[in-house]
Design a protein around this ligand. Structure first.
Ligand SMILES: *[C@@H]1O[C@H](CO)[C@@H](O)[C@H](O)[C@H]1NC(C)=O
Ligand SMILES: *[C@@H]1O[C@H](CO)[C@@H](O)[C@H](O)[C@H]1NC(C)=O
Length: 534
């Protein structure tokens, strides 16, 4: 038993060493070969495909080489080669018959070279080719029969070239194709039937081109499409119902185009949509019926538009929305009261950097699962007392850089798990009305994360003090004032001025809060002026 075991061990060891040696022996200079048949070669010294490759080479990757042509015989005698790539190599010519000698290839990647023309039908011998990458070249046109015969092709990458207007039949016959990338070209026109053969396509990339319009019916046969990326074009109008065949679509990007309007019901019949981007379009308005039932939508990006309002039901069909990024719309003044009515799962709502002046008291009342609410950088002058009442799970509220002068002391009463609140950059008015929220802020110092920036802008005698430093006793005079006014109101008898106790001591007492001597001086001065007024 023991010797048999040892014998086996020795055999394995010898075989291993031998195969290792064999490989090393057969591996050409500038290359790395593994004993599975993968060969990787790098460097300018390589000017043609090395001919002393291990016999069982199935994968050959040449990168950053000095090889600028593929000859008629370059790929000869590599019967087991299935995957071939020649990248970053200034390749500018391929012999018209270069692939006749390697019809077994399943993958050809010629990315990041200098190809500006390719002979028609050059790939046609490759009837079993599944992957063809020609991205990062200088191709301006593609012959209509360039891909003829590639009946097995699944993945075609033509991105990062100089294509302008591909012919309408260039993809005909590629019925198995599942991935097509035309992104980062200069395409300004796509014929209406160009994609009509691609009934199995799952992903179509047309982003970063120069399209000004989409032809009606262009996507009609893409019934299996899951991802459609058309962002970064110059599209000004969409034909009605252009996406209606895309019943399986999950991702649609339309951001960074020139859309001023979107036709009614454009996003109907896409029940599987999970991501829709329409940001960075100069949208002026949205139609009353726009979004069909899309319960799986989790993220919506609707920012950097020219919208000044939106229909109240625009998000109503997105019942599964988790994050709504509705910001940087610098004309957006007001929001319909029922806008967020039907978003029972929303976790994050960003309304940052809009132009909001006012919020309806019921605006957020349905957002029971909201964790993050960003309202910073708007023009809010005040907030309804109970605006945050329904937000039992809210963790973060950002109100900085608005025009808020005061808030009710009960504003955050029902937000018991609030952890981060930003209130800085507002012109807080530290008169009697600030007393309630000042008290709340003192109690929740750890929650107000920018407490040092939450400072009084008025009255002058409070200038530059933080609200957190205002002591409740300083406001005792406010009670007297209330008494006074109710007394005045009920008896209509003049009251002796000296009975009101303005905080004459306060500016001295809190001088250390005022870094600015002039402010301190003015404050002192003004306090006395105020007394005089009474
Ligand atoms: C190929 O070479 C380029 C440029 O020299 C480099 O950026 C890239 O990472 C290389 N790719 C591989 C797969 O080695
Ligand atoms: C919501 O979707 C349904 C079905 O897709 C549609 O009939 C309804 O009009 C949509 N609602 C809105 C407000 O667009």
């Amino acid at each position: 038993m023991d010797s048999l075991f040892r014998g086996t061990l020795w055999t394995i060891l010898i075989l291993f060493t031998l195969s290792h040696l064999t490989c090393n022996m057969l591996c050409p200079g500038s290359c790395l070969c593994n004993n599975m048949g993968a060969v990787k070669c790098v460097g300018d010294a390589i000017t043609d495909i090395p001919h002393n490759l291990p016999v069982h080479t199935y994968l050959l990757q040449l990168n950053g080489t000095g090889m600028n042509t593929i000859n008629e015989r370059s790929l000869a005698d590599q019967d087991l080669l299935l995957r071939f790539s020649l990248t970053y190599s200034h390749l500018h010519a391929i012999h018209p018959n270069a692939f006749n000698v390697a019809p077994q290839l399943k993958s050809v990647k010629l990315s990041s070279n200098d190809l500006s023309t390719i002979s028609a039908r050059i790939f046609s011998p490759l009837a079993t080719l599944e992957q063809l990458h020609l991205d990062g070249n200088q191709l301006e046109t593609i012959a209509p029969d360039m891909f003829e015969g590639l009946v097995s092709l699944l993945d075609l990458d033509l991105s990062r070239n100089k294509l302008t207007s591909p012919a309408s039949d260039v993809f005909d016959g590629l019925t198995k194709l599942i991935f097509l990338n035309l992104g980062r070209n200069s395409i300004n026109k796509l014929p209406p039937t160009i994609f009509h053969s691609l009934t199995n396509l799952l992903k179509l990339m047309i982003y970063n081109n120069e399209l000004e319009e989409l032809e009606a019916g262009i996507f009609d046969k893409l019934v299996n499409l899951v991802e459609l990326k058309i962002h970064q074009n110059q599209i000004t109008i969409l034909p009605p119902q252009v996406f209606w065949s895309l019943k399986n679509l999950k991702t649609l990007t339309l951001s960074s185009n020139r859309l001023q309007a979107i036709p009614e019901k454009t996003f109907y019949n896409m029940p599987k949509l999970t991501k829709l981007t329409i940001y960075n379009n100069p949208l002026l308005s949205l139609p009353d019926q726009l979004m069909g039932h899309m319960p799986d939508m989790t993220d919506l990006y609707l920012y950097a538009t020219n919208l000044n309002t939106v229909p109240g039901n625009v998000f109503a069909n997105m019942s599964g929305l988790l994050r709504l990024n509705f910001h940087l719309n610098d004309k957006l003044r007001e929001l319909p009261s029922d806008l967020f009515c039907c978003l029972p799962k929303l976790e994050k709502l960003s309304l940052t950097s809009n132009d909001l002046l006012y919020l309806h008291p019921q605006l957020f009342s349905g957002l029971t699962t909201l964790g993050i609410l960003l309202l910073n950088d708007n023009k809010l002058k005040s907030l309804p007392d109970n605006i945050f009442q329904g937000l039992g799970g809210i963790l973060t509220v950002d109100l900085k850089n608005n025009h808020l002068e005061t808030l009710s002391g009960d504003t955050f009463l029902s937000n018991s798990v609030l952890k981060a609140l930003h209130l800085g950059g507002n012109p807080w008015d530290c008169t009697c009305s600030i007393r309630g929220i000042a008290k709340w802020i003192r109690k929740h110092e750890h929650v107000v994360l920018d407490g040092q920036d939450v400072i009084c802008h008025s009255p002058v005698y409070q200038l530059l003090r933080t609200i957190g430093s205002l002591q409740d006793e300083e406001f005792n005079f406010c009670d007297a004032k209330i008494l006074k006014s109710s007394y005045l109101f009920t008896t209509q008898t003049p009251v002796v001025a000296s009975t009101t106790t303005m905080p004459t001591i306060m500016p001295y007492h809190n001088a250390h809060h005022n870094a600015h001597q002039n402010a301190y001086h003015n404050a002192h001065h003004n306090a006395h002026d105020n007394i005089g007024d009474h």
